[in-house]
Design a protein around this ligand. Structure first.
Ligand code: SF4
Ligand code: SF4
Length: 133
């Protein structure tokens, strides 16, 4: 084989890639499109203007990272609701077990993936913060 041939072949590949559409995204200006089943940050669903969660404690029980805190309250109609609902996102492993375990479909995992903060306590998502998602 001509010793120049591998060099020419290598140059051909390099030139081809130089003119191809870039595969990288100019993040954060360009945003990635996440898959429909992507397991991002959690959100609490709302029904009749309040959180659907009925504080059954199934999600904190099933959570392998033990990062969900639920405290039950009772409203004027003696219905149970979550007076406290928190998820420590630093401990969460985004397995999705909590969503699967919920009997009233009160929890979802959104396509949101940005999780950066300066203080550790800011990674604990309160009920209000989860309701916004
Ligand atoms: S996704 Fe998994 S680790 Fe995270 S809160 Fe739900 S059950 Fe726990
Ligand atoms: S499993 Fe659902 S209803 Fe039960 S505490 Fe968790 S979010 Fe609330």
């Amino acid at each position: 084989m001509n010793p120049i041939t591998p060099i020419i072949n290598g140059m051909k590949i390099t030139l081809k890639h130089m003119f191809m559409k870039p595969v990288t995204l100019q993040y954060p200006t360009e945003r990635p499109k996440v898959a429909a089943r992507y397991r991002g940050l959690h959100g609490l669903k709302v029904s009749h203007s309040r959180a659907k969660c009925v504080a059954c404690y199934l999600c904190p029980t099933v959570c392998p990272a033990k990062c969900i805190t639920v405290e039950a309250g009772e409203d004027a109609n003696h219905d149970k609701y979550a007076s406290v609902y928190e998820i420590d996102m630093l401990r969460c492993i985004f397995c999705g077990y909590c969503v699967e375990a919920c009997p009233v479909d009160a929890l979802k995992m959104t396509g949101e993936f940005e999780l950066a903060n300066y203080r550790r306590e800011d990674f604990i998502y309160s009920k209000d913060r989860l309701l916004e998602k």
